[in-house]
Design a protein around this ligand. Sequence first.
Ligand SMILES: [Zn+2]
Ligand SMILES: [Zn+2]
Length: 313
Amino acid sequence: MVAYPQNHGYTYMFDCGMASLLNISDITKLRAVFVTHTHIDHFINFDTIIRHRAGGRVPLTITGPLGIAQNVHSKLLGYTWNLIGKSSNCFEIREIVDENTFHIYKIYPPTWKLKPPIVVRSKTLLEQDGIYVQYRVLDHKIPSIAYKLSESNKINIGEFPYKPGPWVARLKEMYLNNEEGDIEVDNQILQASDLFTLLHTTPGFQVGWAMDHLGTEYNHQLLEDLFRNIDILYIESFFREVDKEYALKHHHSTSFRSGGLARRAGVKKLKLVHHSRRYLSEIHDLLEEGKAAFEGRKANFSQEATAKYLLKE
Ligand SMILES: [Zn+2]
Ligand SMILES: [Zn+2]
């Protein structure tokens, strides 16, 4: 999925399963790619991004679980690079170790050498261009990263008895820095702190992305905590609850469980994505199951739910 935050021309991408469908303009504007894990359905089309960004003029950040640096490096080494020269622009890889630690690697064309990383201790994975990204490490038998991308809080100015001008931006800056002092407003010198009451802060938009994970308490606690009251959540609904044993055995969740989790977290809008092809003929009911759990009502199925997966011992 590609996110387009307001007020700047960059795009951000979650996973690469559908990257082959993007146009060059989308890929050129990419600032970062957030990979949950590198099972083939989530990473296969990373090659499309390589094709349009390797040796380009703008650096690209790729984030993911432990091993992502090796995954990206190996993909790059799968091609021959004698036609591009040395460049100071790179792929920057942020490899998540745990809830508080990640590694930063920078790899440059044409050799793409993987040197020892910088170790960063922070709960914020990325902060740039008016957005910041937080994460949790979920259990999917392997680590699977859940991401929350937030726009920075916005400072708005209410009704004011002065002519608008550059002083508005300066006042916002002083407010942010908690700075006292004079400010020239409409040919008058005023105390900035007296004008702070004209300003009010509104929270920025927040989007969540959680793909493959075991649909049990441990992961749900992490996700509820990360996604508390966010604006929109994209979450896996690969299996139906009737197939829960199969889902859990394969370290997945169900549509019903994802809907319930989003309700408990107070998510404002839910998008159930990433479905098993076996439910193609009953996709409405697969979605209805999660939607009903999200809305706290009984599901309105078009047909009786039957298991699609047989458990083998
Ligand atoms: Zn998957
Ligand atoms: Zn997976």
